[in-house]
Design a protein around this ligand. Structure first.
Ligand code: C5P
Length: 234
C-alpha cells in the first residue's frame, strides 16, 4: 500500500521535532531535506528514528562518484530508511552511490531504499536550463529507465509520470511522488501536481506532502485525512 511521507521543511530541530510530535502515530514516514539536514545533521535523523518514524534523507546528491559514494555511506550510517541521488549525475555516480550503500550495510547499517531524482516537480519544460523541445514526461521516463538499469530501487518523480514509469520499469520499481496537493490546497511553487487519490491510482508508492500538512491549522487531522484518502483509493 502507498505510504505518506511528510516533508519536515524547517530551519531547526525544535520546529521539526514539534511537528513530528503532532504527527507521531498518524504518519509512517518523515522527510529530512536540505534545509533541516544542513542545520541539524544526522543526530536529528536518529532522534526521528527514536520517535518511531521511518526517515527519508532527501539530500539529492550530485557530485563526482567518489564524493557521492562517501555521502551515501554517511547518510546510510545515520540510519536513513531512504536516500536519493540526482539521475543527471549519470551511471558512474549512481554505481558509486550503490557501492557507498553496500559499504555502510556491510558495516552494520540497515539497507535503505536508494532512489534517483528525475526532474524536479517544480519544473516544467520552460524551466529546464537547456533547450528542450520534447515532452518533459519522456525525459523523466528515460531517466527513470536508466536508474533501473543502474540498479536503483526507484525514482522521485511527479505522480503524473508514475504510470508510464511503472509500465516501463515494472511494479516493484518504486515511485516516490512530491507535488501532492489535496483538493483545495495551495499549489505554491509546485507545478506538476496531483491529488493523493489520483497519485495512488497512478501507481505512486510514496506520497510526499509538505506544506498542505505542516501549514495546516490541524496537521494531524490533515495527515489523517490524507492517509484515509490513500487507503480508500486502493
Ligand atoms: O511543501 P511541498 O508539499 O511542496 O513539499 C514537497 C517536498 O518534496 C519538498 O521538501 C521538496 O524539496 C521535495 N521534492 C520535490 N520535488 C522533487 C523532489 C523533492 O518537491 N522532485
Amino acid at each position: 500500500m502507498a505510504e505518506l511521507v511528510v516533508a519536515l521543511d524547517y530551519p531547526d530541530a525544535e520546529s521539526a521535532l514539534g511537528m513530528a510530535e503532532k504527527l507521531s502515530g498518524s504518519v509512517p514516514w518523515v522527510k529530512v531535506g536540505l534545509e533541516l539536514f544542513v542545520a541539524e545533521g544526522p543526530e536529528l535523523v536518529r532522534q526521528l528514528k527514536g520517535m518511531g518514524f521511518k526517515v527519508f534523507v532527501d539530500l539529492k546528491f550530485m557530485d563526482i562518484p567518489n564524493t557521492v559514494r562517501g555521502a551515501v555511506r554517511s547518510a546510510v550510517k545515520s540510519g536513513a530508511d531512504m536516500v536519493n541521488i540526482h539521475m543527471l549525475g549519470g551511471r558512474r555516480m549512481a554505481q558509486a552511490a550503490l557501492a557507498g550503500r553496500d559499504e555502510a550495510t556491510e558495516a552494520g547499517a540497515q539497507k535503505p531504499l536508494l532512489l534517483g531524482v528525475t526532474v524536479l516537480t517544480s519544473m516544467e519544460s520552460d524551466d529546464l536550463p537547456f533547450d528542450f523541445h520534447g515532452d518533459i514526461g519522456d525525459l523523466v521516463l528515460d531517466l527513470a529507465s536508466k536508474g533501473k538499469q543502474y540498479g536503483l530501487d526507484g525514482v522521485v518523480c511527479s505522480a503524473m509520470e508514475a504510470e508510464a514509469i511503472k509500465n516501463a520499469c515494472g511494479e516493484e520499481y518504486q515511485c516516490l511522488t512530491p507535488g501532492i496537493r489535496p483538493v483545495g490546497s495551495e499549489v505554491g511553487d509546485q507545478r506538476r501536481v496531483m491529488t493523493p487519490a489520483r497519485a495512488v491510482a497512478a501507481g505512486s508508492d510514496f506520497l510526499v506532502v509538505g506544506r498542505p500538512i505542516t501549514g495546516s491549522s490541524d496537521p494531524q487531522a490533515t495527515a489523517d485525512a490524507i492517509v484515509r484518502e490513500i487507503r480508500d483509493s486502493l
